[in-house]
Ligand binder design. Structure first.
Ligand code: 5GP
Length: 212
């Protein structure tokens, strides 16, 4: 039997929509997921470590990695490069793990094009004012950065149509369960469909015209 390949999942969402917490919970509660660690030229925030939240590199190193085809996608976001290292994703998918990419929309679109079977999920708070409240409450960014992220959120709202699922993050625990159920359903759908078609075709043979 062919080894089961994992699902490649993109989780995007407005900055401050709670997608980071959501992803952490998915990883904690279920053992089929792994998270890809991105490479970025952004400076680490307080408490962030190289190789944990991101691989923090300079522009030269980033551009070198692009040139070596070491990224499966990359984009610029608020004046910095962000990209997904290729090797980890390919290894984990081959090992049957479901790989989560927590990336923004330009990257998500590149992934859908290169991996048409990937699942694109978009996490959003229930309304725009809630997003502003969460961003301000986080207290990690200057008001200038918050304003930039809100205008970026406006731009990203224009691209939400490209996603397979919209995940409304109102109650975190409920949201995690729904998200996991959605992914399981997506995983099982191709097999369910194939089995159903095979069974009903077999049954339909009873109605096959005699002279054939
Ligand atoms: P932050 O600076 O807040 O950590 O991330 C800024 C944005 O970059 C977020 O929307 C995040 O999802 C996105 N991002 C993080 N890593 C990657 C990546 O590897 N590729 C792309 N395209 N976006 C990323």
């Amino acid at each position: 039997m062919e080894a089961k390949k994992g699902i490649l999942m993109v989780i995007s969402g407005f900055s401050g929509a709670g997608k980071g917490t959501l992803v952490k919970k998915l990883l904690q509660n279920y053992d089929n997921y792994v998270l890809s660690i991105s490479m970025t030229t952004r400076k680490p925030r307080e408490g962030e470590r190289h190789g944990v939240e991101y691989f923090f590199v300079d522009r030269e190193q980033f551009e070198q990695t692009i040139a070596e085809n070491g990224l499966i996608e990359y984009a610029t976001y608020c004046d910095n490069y962000y990209g997904t290292p290729r090797a980890f994703v390919e290894e984990q998918l081959a090992a049957g793990k479901d790989v989560i990419l927590e990336i923004e929309i330009q990257g998500a679109l590149q992934i859908k094009e290169k991996f048409p079977e990937s699942l694109l999920l978009f996490v959003t708070p229930p309304c725009a004012s809630e997003l502003k409240r969460r961003l301000e409450g986080r207290g990690t960014e200057t008001s200038e950065v918050i304003a930039k992220r809100l205008s970026r959120a406006y731009e990203e709202s224009e691209g939400m149509d490209a996603y397979d699922y919209i995940v409304i993050n109102d109650d975190l625990e409920v949201c995690v369960k729904e998200l996991h159920a959605m992914i399981e359903a997506a995983r099982n759908e191709p097999v369910r469909r194939k089995d159903f078609i095979a069974r009903i075709r077999e049954e339909m043979k009873a109605f096959r015209p005699e002279a054939e």
